[in-house]
Design a protein around this ligand. Structure first.
Ligand SMILES: [Zn+2]
Length: 500
């Protein structure tokens, strides 16, 4: 293989190298396309030293930002507080529009290439703050208008986070306006759906209805079935997704291969409490009634009650300030026992003590469902990693791709395609995710005999064994940064591909 000026110019073994080129001995190893992380939360990590190390350490060369409706732009009051548990600390920047954020990303080379979805929550926050109410017609127009501007500025789609405040407040009118913007730009509508537990199918149908009404291409984030009572439910969901595709709805999904999820601690609480969680838990008159609501499932339209589904022994807490570091990565049950407290009281005290800025790792996912979702031909791999440079993290941040590649659900080449070429095609990235003449030289050199995922819940910050080198645009990671901001191709992926 020969690489010149960031592009693959020959693929056959023994092709003559240009004079003065660096020669990499790949004997006994495999040169693979770099992974494309279809679902990242690297929006703020891009601006933190080492923030992308977990990605390059597992061979990721392109990361898709802006998932789950969460992001850092446009800037508005309260945005950082609401999204820090997922995105990590925000950079000290002010971006009046999402396009301003994209321009800053594009202005300098990053450790990996970036693709961006425009997230719903910051657009809604910019229009009406974090108020718990439906948007007015004028506000809906403003939200959809800023989404369309972001698509014009190079976003690859619009993302929704219907499980989180304030995105969960969106009515069908607001969602229809966003789906219409996505459809008009021929960009993806990507959704963290409302409920992945008892109301998984209805939550998928909510999105399918938007796609049916507007023609938007749909992508379901981190497809899984959660809650012990719903184990075994994935085959019926896959059948339903196939039926939607047969009907003409263009729907795909991404998956991370683990039996636990990870998100904000606020997601343990009912949506109407998420915005004022610390205040509600600090006031003795509101604390007890709120905690009591965690003991019982919530009405059909609400968020899933993860606490009631799995209990305090299967919920780990992370993201503590230094003064509370002893609790990092422990279960609520273990922390409560160490403090001789009732688990709900312990949870409330910790949330208040950490000013609401905690992350949870919840063991609620049916592992068979994950394998079945990965086997569906229209599933991509996305880490959903929550980047933090210190403390406990879900191992998916470091191990998603080697784990998915070696899981044995799919043949090696098929699994690899779900992390490279198929992802590039879905997000409209021309000449990415494949090894062919004319493609970008986003590459990883792998010693397949030694290749293994090493990130575990006990020791999550471990990159895979057997990764011998990673190149972004032909530049070796560690030597320099060469990651570019990638705009989706203007036409359908079939057009501009011209390979030798
Ligand atoms: Zn999500």
């Amino acid at each position: 293989m020969v690489v010149e000026a960031g592009l693959i110019t020959a693929v056959e073994a023994g092709a003559p190298a240009p004079v003065g080129a660096e020669v990499v001995d790949a004997s006994g190893r495999a040169m693979l396309p770099g992974f494309i992380d279809a679902h990242s939360h690297d929006d703020a990590a891009l601006f933190r030293p080492g923030g992308l190390d977990p990605k390059t350490g597992q061979g990721v060369t392109t990361t898709v930002l802006g998932n789950c409706g969460l992001g850092v732009a446009p800037s508005s009051p309260g945005l950082a507080e609401s999204a820090t548990p997922v995105l990590g600390p925000f950079p000290d920047r002010h971006w009046p529009t999402f396009g301003d954020y994209l321009a800053e990303i594009a202005a300098e080379a990053r450790a990996v290439n970036t693709v961006a979805l425009v997230p719903h929550a910051p657009l809604r926050a910019a229009a009406l703050g974090f108020e718990r109410r439906p948007a007015t017609a004028a506000e809906v127009d403003a939200i959809a208008g800023t989404a369309a501007s972001a698509l014009d500025a190079g976003a690859a789609g619009i993302s929704l986070g219907l499980m989180y405040a304030p995105g969960d407040e969106a009515t069908r009118d607001e969602l229809l306006a966003l789906a219409t913007a996505a459809a008009r730009h021929d960009r993806l509508l990507v959704a963290h759906i409302r409920n992945e537990a008892d109301h998984l199918r209805a939550s998928i149908d909510e999105m399918a209805d938007l796609a049916r009404a507007t023609g938007a291409r749909l992508h379901i984030s981190h497809l899984k079935v959660t809650g012990p009572a719903n184990a075994g439910g994935m085959p019926a969901i896959i059948d339903h997704l196939d039926a939607l595709r047969d009907e003409g709805i263009d729907v795909t999904a991404d998956v991370y291969p683990y039996d636990a999820g990870s998100t904000t601690v606020a997601s343990l609480f009912p949506p109407d409490a998420q915005g004022a969680l610390v205040a509600l838990l600090s006031d003795p008159t509101t604390r007890r009634p709120l905690l009591a609501r965690l003991d019982h499932p919530w009405p059909a339209t609400a968020l899933e009650n993860q606490w009631a589904a799995v209990g305090p022994g299967r919920i780990l807490l992370a993201g503590f300030p230094a003064t509370m570091a002893e609790y990092e990565g422990l279960s609520v049950a273990a922390i409560a026992a160490s403090r001789a407290q009732d688990p709900l009281d312990a949870l409330a005290d910790l949330v208040v003590g950490a000013a609401g800025q905690l992350t949870v790792v919840v063991f609620h996912t049916d592992p068979d469902g994950v394998r079945q979702a990965l086997a569906w031909p229209h599933t991509l791999v996305g880490s959903d990693g929550l980047p933090r440079e210190a403390g406990f993290v879900h191992p998916r941040l470091y191990g998603t791709f080697p784990r998915a590649l070696t899981l044995g659900v799919l043949p090696f080449d098929a699994a690899l395609a779900r992390m490279t070429s198929a992802t590039a095609d879905r997000f409209g990235l021309a000449r990415r995710g494949r090894i062919e003449v004319g493609a970008a030289a986003d590459l990883q050199l792998v010693d397949l005999g030694a290749y293994a995922d090493r990130a575990t819940y006990d020791d999550p910050r471990r990159s895979p064994a057997g990764l011998a080198g990673v190149w972004v645009g032909g530049v070796r990671v560690g030597a320099a940064s060469a990651g570019q901001f990638l705009r989706p191709a203007p036409a359908a992926p079939a057009g501009p591909n011209k390979s030798g």
